[in-house]
Design a protein around this ligand. Structure first.
Ligand SMILES: [Fe+2]
Ligand SMILES: [Fe+2]
Length: 283
């Protein structure tokens, strides 16, 4: 474990009492990096919130077990079945034999194309459901933006920490633990880009209807907002982020990179490859 002063990927850091983010990030040229985080709540009944990406499975597991003993884990909250969230689910289930998986019927079905989730270890948790996790009550809530129909956010009413899943996704110039480290422009542009990137359908929504969903979510009154693809938000950046969300239905969709962009990147990459050395004579 580490503090924010020594932020490193795959080294958990504390964001609230007994609450830790496991940070990871993917380089995403030419727009910087995307955070790829998960969370652990180390209460009287510890909760793993999403299970990280398969690309760093062993490091992710090591990071998680540096926060909590896997045998103590009581709950695994799976926000949805995308690979960046469910990628290590079977390993986590295997190493946490005392944990119940909080998920949905549709998530289990969607994962069945790759593995059989042990339904005897599952508990369905749909929009608005709560779970008594010993010293705290956790609420599952569909967030305003998502890239998978099964998505549920998680709110911890003890710490007022909200795990917003893919809502508030953003690119960052370099991985940082908190959005406070970003410039106002980086924060605004990242929020407006990330939201349209993960949920291009937001352009199809009625701004007033979408705004009421945003307001309902905002009424959870989170003091700390963490998410898979964003550094942690606090203070005035939380209402700012909600204001950015409300703007998305009226913004033009993000224009995807095209084959011309790819051609240009490849040309740059090829021109930066050192020329082949002439072979020594006689070989
Ligand atoms: Fe997702
Ligand atoms: Fe995601």
């Amino acid at each position: 474990m580490t503090t924010m002063e020594t932020f490193n990927l795959l080294q958990p850091y504390k964001i609230a009492e007994e609450t830790f983010v496991i940070p990871w990030a993917l380089e995403a040229p030419p727009v910087g990096h995307f955070p790829m985080n998960s969370m652990v709540i180390r209460g009287s009944e510890p909760v793993i919130v999403d299970t990280g990406a398969p690309a760093v499975r062993s490091q992710w597991l090591e990071a998680a077990w540096s926060v909590v003993d896997p045998l103590d884990v009581r709950w695994i909250f799976l926000t949805h079945d995308d690979r960046d969230h469910a990628g290590n689910l079977l390993a986590v289930l295997a190493q946490c034999p005392n944990a119940t998986l909080l998920t949905t019927w549709f998530s289990i079905g969607r994962m069945a194309e790759e593995w059989e989730t042990p339904i005897n270890r599952c508990r369905f948790m749909t929009d608005g459901d709560t779970i008594d996790a010993g010293d705290r009550t956790l609420v599952a809530k569909r967030p305003p933006l998502y890239d998978n129909p099964t998505t549920r956010a998680l709110f911890d009413s003890k710490t007022d920490v909200l795990w917003a899943v893919d809502t508030f996704a953003m690119n960052v110039p370099a991985p940082v633990p908190e959005t406070a480290a970003l410039s106002p422009d980086e924060f605004r542009d990242g929020q407006l880009f990330g939201g349209r990137l993960v949920s291009p359908w937001v352009a199809l929504t009625d701004a007033r209807k979408f705004g009421s969903v945003v307001t309902d979510f905002q009424h959870l009154n989170a003091e700390v907002v963490a998410g898979c693809h964003t550094p942690v938000l606090r203070g005035p950046q939380i209402p700012e982020a909600y204001d950015h969300l409300r703007r998305l239905p009226d913004m033009p969709p993000w224009t995807e990179f095209t084959q011309a962009d790819l051609d240009q990147w490849m040309a740059v990459a090829e021109s930066s490859v050192p020329p082949e050395q002439p072979r020594p004579s006689g070989t």
